[in-house]
Design a protein around this ligand. Structure first.
Ligand code: DAU
Length: 328
């Protein structure tokens, strides 16, 4: 298939492009706006066409979709903290961008896979025995997660009303190389490299369900190739950990005392816990994660940031200055 990968120069999108080229015969065109969170370098040396453009620009999207057999739609503004400061890019990219994609795949009858997040389900209490399933009601908390929830609803409506051939996936927190240093894990790794104490929001007991980005990619490819049109699949690797556990692991792997971090101002509306039940994806499509040892994956990720300082260094001081304004 000729795949159009939106957001293919971002952290998860570029990982998917690498995965597709290594594990299939599909060809790839990337449509990416190259925002602050994207990097051309993540695609260096790959046989892909990079179209620099805005996913909310209906004309650009229509041109590209017309030439594709399938669209994998990663393009999104993704950082909760930024959505609390200025929600407008989230509304444009996540809602209007998905609308533009849907109208184009409808017009050209192109298969679509829409990539989304577990945050659409809101959060769980720490002691809740339940995990999110495909049937959990939507209850997003932040402007970011509300915009992603809205985009999921648009996709479902276009499937039902117009017969668009689409699938949806909702994944938990990704980690791995090429993740922007505003995110929790790379922020703390690069802080330690710089001799800055890691910053944990609030009491640090918030739980995230960590999955390596390569496992997310293999799941998306599997759904694209074998998923049932109109279905939603949750993607997760049973990786629940609270933020204190993660930051202590980062510190220890980097040769620092496990308690050498600061607790700072909490995020407004901070979701308490995410947890994914991915039984449908595993049973129906035979998918399984390969990176089950979180500590080993984290050690590799630390080594990657240590070896790629030239990539993240130009963004470090501005990222930290933005956090400092909020006491974080
Ligand atoms: O669950 C999937 C979601 O995971 C994706 O939809 C989002 O695009 C992605 O950003 C991520 O959302 P989170 O808000 O969970 O990720 P973040 O890396 O911002 O934060 C992870 C946890 O760490 C969260 O509980 C907030 C906390 N945190 C974050 C930062 C940046 C800290 O304690 N300190 C920090 O400096």
């Amino acid at each position: 298939m000729r795949l159009l990968v939106t957001g293919g120069a971002g952290f998860i999108g570029s990982n998917f492009v690498h995965h597709v080229l290594a594990h299939s015969d599909h060809t790839v065109t990337v449509l990416d706006k190259l925002t602050y969170a994207a990097s051309r370098e993540a695609l260096t040396g790959l046989p892909v066409e990079l179209v620099v453009g805005d996913v909310a620009d209906a004309e650009v999207v229509d041109d590209q979709v017309a030439r594709a057999d399938a669209v994998v739609h990663f393009a999104a503004e993704s950082h909760n903290d930024n959505s609390l400061t200025d929600p407008s890019p989230f509304i444009r990219t996540n809602l209007l961008g998905t609308f533009a994609i849907l109208e184009a795949v409808r017009k050209h009858d192109v298969r679509l896979h829409h990539v989304s997040t577990d945050e659409v389900y809101g959060d769980l209490a720490l002691d809740d025995p339940m995990r999110f399933t495909e049937d959990t009601p939507y209850a997003p908390s932040s402007p970011y997660s509300a915009s992603k929830a809205g985009s999921d609803h648009l996709v479902r409506a276009w499937v039902r009303s117009f017969g668009v051939r689409a699938t949806v996936s909702n994944c938990s927190n990704n980690y791995g190389p090429w993740q922007h240093i505003e995110k929790f894990i790379p922020r703390q790794i690069t802080n330690v490299i710089d001799g800055i104490r890691p910053k944990v929001y609030g009491d640090g007991l918030n739980v995230r369900d960590w999955i390596h980005a390569d496992d997310h990619s293999s799941a998306v490819l599997r759904i694209l190739e074998a998923g049932r049109v109109g279905e939603t699949y949750l993607i997760g690797a049973d990786g629940e950990k609270n933020n204190l556990e993660v930051v202590r692991m980062v510190l220890e792997l980097m040769g620092q005392p496990a308690d050498a971090f600061d607790q700072v101002t909490d995020r407004a509306g901070h979701d308490r816990r995410y947890a994914i039940e991915s039984g449908k994806l595993r049973a129906e499509l035979g998918w399984a994660p390969q990176f089950e040892d979180f500590e080993a994956g984290l050690a590799d990720t630390i080594a990657w940031y240590q070896a790629h300082e030239e990539w993240w260094r130009p963004h470090k001081s501005a990222t930290e200055a933005t956090y400092a304004l909020k006491g974080q």
